[in-house]
Design a protein. Structure first.
Length: 655
């Protein structure tokens, strides 16, 4: 591979203010470089120090990193601890009355819970799980809405040493059934339903449907939290109400001490074969990284009100809703609803009302909020904000600039975080009190993260070039294996082409001349057009830079006889969806625009217009479906997780 060509020229730079640098946990680039140097000089000593300073150990560790069975790395493997104890009990003496969670329901109702009360509720539910026969090492599926009870369920599993696997509440019965079977779950914790955007979405009926599909016989208990109160079928003795199983249970539960390598959770992520991969994370290394990234990336301060908008069904919700914020003792916001209900000012009103200081959301949400009302944030008091973050995909520079100026008032550092389900936490990200940021760049690796961009032979490409992103040394929160499939784990993440020891992220990336890293999208989202390798994200950024016309864009490739691959763009306009001659005229205008922004080679061959893009209920664009549409293939995949399946018909026609 000759390297991915970077054709996006971004010269704007934004240094943190002197006042911000002064108060930051990592203050200035000299402090960042000092941490990097410490890790380079004594890799094991660096991680051992941080693990001892941040985590509470029941039995101290003496082994730091065990590489004897690489790539099945072990960290702190002779130490014992408990994740729930580290998230809750540690705060009981120092700040029992501090608000742990501010929960805002879909209808606006607010519930606040202190660390003391959250601890009591977790212990009570942990005792209920034990009373129902759930033990150390058992797997428990959690299929819940965004709620305090979902965090309680996750923490209660961790408290008794059961391994949880959260299934996003937007997934279908079939997806749920597959995960129950693959994990070998003995229990399911669910809710009757969830509220999103003023509508009730049933959950328990999907559980019943999953059981009807067969193969779930190992599940002995289904515990149901009553959220909506709608009538549902309860099948005795398997199904039990949450409020009934906790009745009479003590609010004290001694934690089950587990080995640092004990599986804290399994989280399923999509694989190229279509069969979901059960990503298995450890207890000690994972929790350490969740805490460190709260302190480093988000510059956590005890006065912060932290809000990560991700659903707990995704890894972002695990690391930055359930575990990281609680482990550092933060007050965090948990939100049940959607950003546009009852209107597009919902996020901004919540930031204003709860005096949110650190706000972390996805570029997809940012772009949809620009479309819904680009000037809306200016009508709210967002002066409490001090840090903005983005997660989930590369953010295009124009959306970055809007976020910086309109939401952050030009004063809030933006941490554009690159990481994955498999990495457990942030890997490449600006540090708000140190890094000079560039719109659209994730900037530099965190201290202790040995990242590089290599060619297809595994050799570094050097500054100013692009290639494949790899991590050359393990870090504490690295995925331990794919549940039940160690061979697939090795083949997927540590292929022999990359020396069998580099973690292959599956993303293309480029270095600029100053060594800044820009993520270009998945390797399979890199297009080879007439011998030029182009990242889809760059073409998307060019389209969205046409602020007069374009609200959102997604780009994929399709085979082309002439050029090898052709660029296909799916575009959401700021105005109404055009048709006929008007669609052709706008498509021609956008082609010329991309030609001017990037060069003729990047002009989309097909442009298709829709009212929206196909997204999951969490806002993730389903690019695999777009690739099928671009190739003219019939959609055979499960589309039950889509917020808007009807959009697929709109996007079949090229302009």
């Amino acid at each position: 591979m000759s390297g991915i060509e970077s054709v996006l020229q971004e010269t704007r730079k934004f240094p943190p203010s002197a006042e911000f640098v002064k108060q930051a946990n990592i203050s200035g680039m000299a402090a960042y470089h000092a941490l990097c140097a410490e890790a380079e000089k004594d890799f094991n000593g660096f991680w051992a120090r941080l693990a001892r300073e941040n985590l509470l150990w029941h039995k101290p560790f003496s082994n730091v990193l065990d590489e004897s069975n690489a790539p099945f790395f072990k960290w702190f493997s002779d130490g014992e601890m408990n994740a729930s104890y580290n998230c809750l009990d540690r705060h009981l003496k120092t700040q029992p009355e501090k608000v742990a969670v501010i929960f805002e329901a879909d209808d606006g109702k607010i519930t606040k819970i202190s660390y003391k009360d959250l601890h009591a509720k977790v212990c009570q539910f942990a005792n209920a799980l034990k009373a129902n026969g759930i033990r150390l090492g058992d797997r428990v599926i959690i299929y819940m809405p965004m709620a305090i009870e979902t965090i309680i369920a996750m923490q209660a599993c961790a408290r008794i040493g059961a391994t949880h696997s959260v299934v996003f509440g937007g997934f279908s019965a079939k997806s749920l059934q597959e995960r129950i079977i693959d994990a070998g779950a003995v229990a399911v914790i669910a809710a009757d339903g969830q509220m999103r955007g003023g509508k009730e979405i049933p959950l328990k009926p999907a559980v019943d449907e999953a059981f009807a599909l067969g193969g779930c016989e190992a599940v002995k208990n289904v515990i149901v939290y009553k959220r909506t109160g709608s009538a549902i079928a309860m099948h005795a003795p398997r199904d039990k109400w949450w409020h009934e199983v906790i009745a009479g249970q003590a609010s004290v539960c001694e934690p089950t001490w587990v080995n640092a390598e004990h599986p804290l959770f399994i989280l399923y992520t999509s694989g190229s074969t279509g069969k979901p991969k059960g990503i298995q994370h450890s207890t000690g290394g994972y929790l350490l990284w969740a805490m460190l990234t709260m302190k480093w990336t988000f510059d956590y301060k005890p006065s912060d009100v932290f809000w990560c908008t991700a659903d707990v069904g995704w890894v972002t919700g695990h690391s930055y809703v359930c575990y990281g914020p609680l482990a550092v003792g933060a007050t965090e916001i948990v939100f049940e609803g959607v950003p546009t209900y009852p209107d597009a000012g919902r996020f901004w009103k919540m930031i204003q009302d709860h005096k949110c200081t650190v706000f972390y959301t996805a570029p997809t949400a940012i772009r949809s909020l620009i479309k819904a009302g680009g000037d809306l944030p200016k009508t709210y008091d967002l002066s409490s904000l001090r840090i903005l973050g983005t997660v989930g995909e590369p953010i295009n520079p124009e959306a970055w600039m809007w976020y910086h100026e309109t939401v952050g008032g030009g004063r809030c550092p933006i941490v554009d975080t690159w990481w994955q389900t498999e990495t457990g936490g942030h890997m490449i990200t600006p540090l708000p009190g140190a890094t000079v940021t560039k719109p659209g760049s994730a900037t530099f690796p965190l201290p202790g993260v040995v990242a590089d961009i290599v060619d297809e032979t595994g050799h570094s490409v050097g500054k100013g070039k692009g290639g494949i992103l790899v991590i050359k040394r393990p870090w504490p929160a690295i995925v331990r294996t794919i549940w039940g499939d160690p061979e697939r784990f090795k083949k997927t993440y540590f292929p022999e082409d990359y020396h069998g020891k580099y973690y292959l992220a599956g993303d293309g990336a480029t270095y600029d001349e100053e060594g800044y890293i820009r993520i270009m999208g998945r390797i399979d989202d890199v297009l080879n057009v007439s011998g030029h390798r182009l990242g889809t994200m760059e073409i998307e950024s060019a389209l969205v830079a046409n602020t007069k016309l374009v609200a959102e864009a997604a780009v994929v490739g399709r085979p082309d006889d002439l050029t090898g691959e052709a660029v296909v763009a799916f575009v959401v306009l700021k105005g109404a969806r055009p048709s006929g001659d008007e669609a052709k005229k706008i498509a021609a205008e956008l082609r010329e625009w991309v030609g001017k922004e990037i060069g003729p080679i990047a002009k989309p061959k097909d442009i298709r217009f829709g009212d929206n893009l196909p997204k999951t209920r969490s806002g993730k664009i389903m690019r695999r479906l777009l690739r099928s549409l671009a190739k003219g293939e019939a959609i055979t995949q499960d589309v039950s997780t889509l917020e808007n399946p009807s959009i697929l018909d709109q996007l079949k026609q090229a302009s």
